[in-house]
Design a protein around this ligand. Structure first.
Ligand code: FAD
Length: 385
């Protein structure tokens, strides 16, 4: 059996590694000539960590993961602590630590594990065609590739999605802009082993430790889509949006490098099905595009890859049947994740001011139990729980 994998992001590389693990050969085609991950870092939660462990990258992940032992919310103006607690109960409950990681380092880890030389770069798929014998991918350089099945891991703007669904999906603007980047750790910004988030005015500023003495930081601001803002105005924009915020936030704005800070208008896609058609399956953001509000998009792609490989490995009724079983196992899970993230997004970003005010007030009563309980519930839905 030979699989064609379209896209060499988190989803594509985890799929290639997972299929190899169960003896299925795959050819990976990636549109860009050189991988430059959009976004500075991501948090890999225990459900994702378990998938990477299963795929044989336990030690490598530990080496690039940040020491995130505590979590805290702080008032935006005074920097008073609203709540602070250990993440140890999460680790005890789920059996793994969460690892914030620099995206480029995660991507390099995945590529090295599979074999960078085995990925065909500069190959942009324009369409796919299937019949009872197999699948053909057509590339915009005029070449084509054939396989027994095709896994479309071509991200949120997937070109393969429409051929599976039979219609075109619309991306939905979630109502806020996210800026993210990396800075050197300094205790005057936040403790080095804590995920610290300043909240107020429907905005947030967050710092998470990654390896190499760096914080992954992000700023969220509810804003209209399509503002004429870029790197040249970045520091001024953040200074304006966060006027009156506490000293660590001002220091962060002063220290960040606009050249390496990303500005992203956050979108998701209404959950859809089917996720497969015949010998073609969607995986990762191609199958479910979520806002990053519960940090689960990449983790869900890792889960998809593990489940797909497991269903193909135990396949006795043919490829199409195995893909249907993959779809049945994943559709409910990924729909839940997208909708849960959307709900969190609305509360965090003051879609309804009263609900958000209630959330801020609730943080002062929080001892970690409720927040960790919510995280555990999300993590437990994964395939290796
Ligand atoms: P992508 O990473 O988009 O990869 C798709 C690949 O396919 C790309 O390399 C692209 O070049 C290639 N491609 C596209 N079109 C074609 C084509 N036609 N032919 C060939 N190749 C093609 N997730 C988490 O788990 N935790 C987090 O903390 C987290 N934080 C996030 C923060 C932000 C601000 C954002 C925006 C997202 C965050 N996510 C997080 C989500 C996560 O980044 C995505 O879910 C994940 O990257 C999806 O991986 P993917 O491989 O499906 O898609």
């Amino acid at each position: 059996m030979k699989a064609i994998i379209i896209g060499a992001g988190i989803g594509g590389m985890c799929t290639a590694i997972a299929l190899r693990r169960c003896g299925i050969e795959s050819d990976v085609f990636e549109a860009v000539k050189e991988m430059k991950p959009v976004g500075a870092a991501i948090s890999v939660w225990p459900n994702g960590v378990k998938c990477l462990n299963y795929l044989g990258m336990k030690e490598e992940l530990r080496a690039i993961g940040g020491p995130m032992d505590f979590m805290a919310y702080k008032d935006f103006r005074s920097a008073d602590t609203l709540t602070q607690f250990s993440l140890d109960p999460l680790v005890q409950h789920s059996g793994e630590r969460p690892y914030p990681v620099v995206r480029a380092e995660l991507q390099a880890m995945l590529l090295d594990n599979f074999g960078r030389e085995r990925v065909q770069f500069g190959k942009r798929v324009s369409r796919v065609n299937q019949n009872s014998d197999g699948v053909t991918a057509f590339f915009d350089d005029g070449s084509e590739a054939h396989g027994d099945l095709l896994i479309a891991c071509d991200g949120t703007h997937s070109v393969v999605r429409q051929s599976v669904l039979g219609y075109c999906t619309e991306r939905r603007y979630a109502g806020y802009v996210n800026w993210n980047g990396l800075v050197e750790i300094d205790p005057s910004l936040a403790p080095a082993n804590q995920w610290t988030t300043f909240v107020g005015e429907g905005k947030r500023v967050s710092l998470m430790p990654v390896a190499g003495n760096r914080f992954y930081f992000f700023f969220d601001v509810p804003l209209p889509k399509g503002l004429p803002e870029d790197r040249s105005s970045l520091r001024d924009d953040l200074t304006r949006y966060f006027a009156g915020w506490a000293s660590p936030v001002q220091q962060l704005i002063a220290r960040l490098d606009p050249e390496t800070t990303n500005r992203v208008e956050i979108h998701d896609i209404e959950p859809f099905s089917p996720l497969v058609k015949g010998r073609v399956a969607l995986l990762g953001d191609a199958a479910h595009s979520t806002t990053p509000d519960i940090g689960q998009g990449g983790c869900a792609a890792m889960e998809d890859a593990v489940v797909l490989a497991m269903t193909l490995q135990s396949n006795s009724l043919g490829i199409e049947d195995a893909l249907l079983r993959y779809q049945n196992k994943r559709a409910g899970r990924v729909k839940d994740l997208v909708l849960k993230a959307r709900k969190r997004c609305d509360v965090t970003h003051a879609k309804d001011a009263a609900t958000t005010a209630e959330w801020y007030a609730g943080l002062k009563q929080e001892n970690g139990e409720r927040i960790i309980g919510g995280m555990c519930e999300t993590i437990q839905g994964g395939p290796l729980a």
